[in-house]
Design a protein. Structure first.
Length: 173
């Protein structure tokens, strides 16, 4: 059985960071399983899943700590239980609206209030095509409890403001 580790990485963006990280993982005998990475405000940020033989884990951890000298801060946590709650459905959310302070908090409050787990979230603020006003967009993968209908969740999200457009669709999994 292999150890499964979740790594978070943050540091000033520069060419070669992913290669340096991948080299350390591969050299230690680790396998890069999955990742999400992005450049945000000049910083490189990512999260990834690595599997490795238990006897090689300490060597990988030492190599990752050494990356601090290159400005890349790496934190490591053991992967949690990957079991998916049985009575849930996967849903995709696309949300667009005028940007305002507290919008993400308000959306997150609606989701949490209905017991919805956010599995993935991407968001950005950009200029609206015609007006140039700040426009917030978000895309999310959600795990929705079976007892909560998507129509009710969509109505709750739309109630946050008349300017908010919400598209919520169930997945076939």
């Amino acid at each position: 059985m292999r150890d499964a580790l979740v790594l978070t990485v943050v540091g000033p963006d520069r060419t070669g960071l992913v290669e340096a990280l991948a080299d350390q993982i591969s050299s230690a005998g680790g396998n890069w399983e999955a990742s999400h990475m992005a450049r945000l405000a000049g910083q490189f940020a990512g999260i990834l899943l690595v599997t490795i033989a238990p006897e090689a884990t300490d060597g990988l951890l030492a190599a990752l700590r050494a990356m601090d000298a290159h400005g890349l801060v790496v934190t490591v946590r053991p992967a949690g239980d990957a079991a998916t709650p049985a009575a849930t459905q996967l849903a995709f959310l696309e949300l667009t609206g005028d940007d305002r302070v507290g919008l993400v908090r308000d959306v997150a409050r609606v989701l949490a209030g209905r017991g919805v787990n956010v599995e993935e979230l991407e968001s950005e603020v950009h200029s609206a095509p015609m007006s140039g006003e700040a426009l917030f967009t978000a895309r999310a993968v959600l795990r929705v409890p079976a007892e909560h209908g998507l129509a009710a969740l969509q109505a709750d999200l739309e109630a946050l403001g008349g300017e908010l457009m919400v598209d919520l669709a169930a997945s076939d999994e």
